[in-house]
Design a protein around this ligand. Structure first.
Ligand SMILES: [Zn+2]
Length: 307
């Protein structure tokens, strides 16, 4: 009898378990049916009904909101006064500029009409923003001073020169760039800078180039031409850097820039159309080649009638 009773009890328990399971299944089915209905309904109603669901639904929405707010926060910061790293200066221009020198505040106040006036006065330019503010049509070129040995025929030229120093854990690299800025009409500057990164080296060198701007004396010293224009240079002039020495010779109209590719970049930004260039020394060191051409342009300002 006891065994039978026990069996009956077990059977009953099983039945109840089955029932509960069925109930659970039915409930889940009902929920499943209810879920899409709730979703179809307005969201606040659904949130009230089932908090868990609402929590799940709200979480992604909140994230999206946060992302949008972040974006909104970032956009004004970039265009506004806040400085974020280097290199924003070239994009933002004078808007984000707070001058630190007297010349800078004078330029911002509009006391100078153009950059020639500033240079004529012999003022020392200590802020690159002065040049960017006064030369809106400024152009920028990178002198390819770097290179790596290639497979066939000479080296592959690169914009930055890679140098290395030894450390106990290996080699530490540094990249150097040489930039030229100018308006193509008598103002040109050259500057070098080095950094761990390619991009920042170029940006820093561009900034340094703006600090080294000079006026280039145009003219036509060619007896073959005899015009009174400023397409060439007024006389033969020389310059040097390291072993490289160059001679710039005035040429008549139509000759063009008889020079190597890197030299032509400087002459173009200086605003010289026709010139012959003679070089001596190791001109494959393009760093010294560029600096010697700049030195020659500087030497145009020597003597009578200098700018
Ligand atoms: Zn001429």
């Amino acid at each position: 009898m006891t065994k039978e009773k026990a069996d009956e009890k077990k059977a009953e328990e099983k039945k109840t378990e089955e029932k509960t399971e069925k109930n659970v299944e039915e409930k889940t089915k009902k929920k499943a049916v209810e879920k899409p209905a709730a979703e179809k309904e307005d969201k606040p109603g659904a949130e009230e009904q089932k908090k868990e669901k609402a929590a799940v639904k709200e979480a992604p929405a909140d994230k999206e909101k946060e992302q949008t707010t972040d974006k909104e926060k970032e956009q004004p910061a970039e265009s506004g006064v806040g400085f974020r790293g280097r290199g924003r200066e070239s994009l933002d221009g004078a808007e984000a500029w707070l001058p630190k020198t007297k010349l800078g505040s004078d330029v911002l106040a509009g006391k100078y009409k153009n950059l020639e006036e500033v240079l004529e006065k012999g003022e020392l330019i200590l802020e690159s923003e002065i040049v960017s503010a006064m030369l809106p049509d400024m152009m920028h070129e990178i002198i390819y001073i770097g290179g790596s040995p290639g497979k066939g025929g000479g080296i592959r030229r690169t914009a930055t020169k890679m140098t290395s120093r030894m450390h106990k854990s290996g080699r530490r690299f540094k990249l150097t760039a040489l930039s030229v800025v100018g308006n193509g009409a008598g103002i040109v500057g050259i500057g070098a800078a080095s950094s761990k990164e390619h991009r920042s080296a170029i940006e820093k060198s561009m900034k340094n180039a703006k600090l080294n701007v000079i006026r280039v004396r145009g003219g036509c010293g060619s007896w073959e031409c005899g015009c009174d224009g400023g397409h060439s240079i007024p006389f033969k002039v020389g310059g040097r850097s390291g072993s490289v020495s160059v001679t710039l010779i005035p040429a008549p109209k139509g000759v063009g820039k008889v020079a190597s590719e890197e030299t032509r970049k400087i002459l173009k930004l200086a605003g010289i159309d026709d010139v012959w260039v003679k070089t001596q020394g190791k001109t494959s060191t393009r760093n010294n080649l560029a600096l010697s051409v700049f030195d020659a342009l500087k030497n145009l300002n020597r003597g009578k009638g200098a700018l």
